[in-house]
Design a protein around this ligand. Structure first.
Ligand code: ZN
Length: 154
């Protein structure tokens, strides 16, 4: 975990299915902390190392009657499925209270969403793109999000 204290990292709850995770179909591992519902985590592999970012979800929820889009997987869905997440930046910027905010699928299942074959009643993955293209774009956007968190400038 790159952007939280050691104490916070120690208190995080790992996903139960961690051992069974199939990295071949995941661009990142994302989950909400069952013991701290507003906390979420996003872990990516970079240069053979796991890089984890702690996220905090906004307490207010958007209305489910309007549509919203996740900024990572670009899946259109009811706004109640999308949450504003804030990640503290690493280093001095983070200690100064500097954060990166973005709208992400509330349950952090973007990797599943981009692999949907056909849109369902409520989930509409980026239309006009193949699954490979969606996966590719999800990876690029996730990367730049992580870059922003890691950035010590600004
Ligand atoms: Zn998403």
């Amino acid at each position: 975990m790159v952007n939280c204290s050691r104490g916070e990292a120690a208190s995080m709850t790992l996903p139960r299915e961690l051992a069974a995770v199939d990295w071949g179909t995941l661009d990142f591992l994302g989950w909400r902390d069952p013991k701290a519902p507003l906390r979420g985590y996003l872990v990516v592999w970079r240069d053979g190392k796991a890089v984890g970012v702690q996220l905090r979800a906004a307490e207010s929820k958007m209305s489910g009657r309007v549509a919203a889009m996740c900024s990572l997987c670009r899946t259109g869905q009811p706004a109640s499925n999308v949450s504003l997440f804030v990640a503290r930046r690493t280093g001095q910027a983070g200690r100064n209270g500097n954060t990166v905010g973005t709208y992400i699928c509330a349950d952090l299942v973007c990797c599943r969403n981009v692999r949907l074959d056909k849109p369902s009643a409520t989930l509409h993955p980026d239309p006009g793109l193949t699954i490979d293209e969606r996966v590719e774009r999800l990876r690029t956007r996730t990367d730049s999000f992580i870059d922003e968190v890691l950035s010590t400038v600004g």
